[in-house]
Structure formats: structure tokens, C-alpha cells
Design a protein. Structure first.
Length: 68
């Protein structure tokens, strides 16, 4: 996402992507991350988002289930 932000010259997104790992890493390590989140700054760190049907099917096939 950082590479995309740099390519788009979206400075708000660049800053958000640089800060995001420090904030999101502990939540991910604890298993408390929102399913379907695109990791874009505008989505918010704790905003769950719908998982597209095709990706949800692949996750189910791999034995991964979304968190409640």
C-alpha cells in the first residue's frame, strides 16, 4: 500500500502507511484485526470491511475462517 501511495503521490496515505505498522502490529499479533480491511489509511485501523466473495471462497478452501 505504501508503494501505491508513493506512486499516487498521496502524502496523507504515505504518512498513514508509515505509521500503520507500529499501531496495527500489536493488534494483529493479538489476533484482533478487522476482517476485510484493505489497509488503506482512509479505511481506519479498526474498520471491518466485507471480504469479496471470490477471496472468501479461497480463504475457506485454505481453512481460514474470518474472525467474528
Amino acid at each position: 500500500m505504501l508503494r501505491l501511495a508513493l506512486r499516487d503521490r498521496d502524502m496523507r496515505e504515505v504518512i498513514g502507511q508509515l505509521v500503520r505498522p507500529a499501531v496495527a502490529a500489536p493488534g494483529s499479533a493479538a489476533g484482533k484485526y478487522p476482517d476485510g480491511n484493505t489497509a488503506r489509511t482512509r479505511a481506519g485501523l479498526t474498520t471491518p470491511m466485507p471480504i469479496p466473495y471470490d477471496l472468501a471462497a479461497l480463504l475457506r478452501e485454505a481453512g481460514v475462517t474470518p474472525q467474528p
